[in-house]
Design a binder for this molecule. Structure first.
Ligand code: ATP
Length: 197
């Protein structure tokens, strides 16, 4: 079984996340992609705006009717700081297989600061997509030796959007519909999220 784990804050999930996951699934021939919202990202300065329950529910909207996609609450349920190495280990114990941890090139840049990065890249390969202005090949060239040949490129067409931009649009009362799955947008509106960030 070839499985992709896609971790992040997903605050909220947007087209950049979806395009990355879809391209990874096709290119890396993944049978499953599991979105894993973090309880708390140890490397982000700001706490998430929406709580874990909302971010999990928005991802449920995103994966609806998309075969092979699912959401896991392991990190939200565990609470506290979320460490990828622990999450991938949990997955492999429950379901042995070949794993890729998916991310944008901006995240890969920070890999050496993650918890036990050497152990992580032994547990799984890394699937990495362009995230302007960061290009995977430039980031890979600067990685420590132990990680460099553990990375596979996800040939995604660049999409310049972030959750921060979406939160800012929504807080200013502007539309973010162009960047959001309709189900996710409906959820945000129904729960009044991101109004005063
Ligand atoms: P924020 O603006 O709140 O920091 P974000 O848009 O970066 O959020 P995250 O949920 O933190 O979203 O990202 C999860 C993962 O998705 C990261 O590995 C990130 O690199 C990747 N990602 C997010 N947006 C894009 C995008 N537009 N293109 C490529 N990768 C992306």
């Amino acid at each position: 079984m070839r499985i992709g784990i896609f971790g992040g804050s997903f605050d909220p999930p947007h087209w950049g996340h979806l395009r990355l996951a879809l391209t990874a699934m096709e290119h890396l021939e993944l049978e499953e992609v599991v979105f894993v919202p973090a309880a708390q990202n140890p490397l982000k300065r700001h706490r998430s705006s929406a709580n874990g329950r909302h971010r999990f529910a928005m991802l449920q909207e995103l994966v609806k009717n998309r075969p092979g996609f699912s959401v896991s609450d392991v990190e939200v349920a565990r609470g506290g700081r979320s460490y990828t190495v622990e999450t991938v280990e949990d997955f492999k114990q429950i379901q042995p297989g070949d794993y890729w941890f998916l991310m944008g090139a901006d995240s890969l840049k920070g890999l050496p600061e993650w918890k036990q990065p050497e152990r992580l890249v032994k547990l799984c390969r890394l699937g990495v997509a362009i995230r302007p202005p960061f290009h995977p090949s430039e980031v890979i060239a600067r990685l420590p030796d132990y990680a460099r040949d553990r990375v596979d490129l996800i040939p995604m067409a660049p999409l310049e959007i972030s959750s921060t931009q979406i939160r800012d649009l929504l807080a200013a009362g502007k539309s973010a519909a162009a960047w959001l799955d309709p189900g996710v947008l409906r959820y945000i509106q129904a729960h009044g999220l991101y109004k005063n960030v």
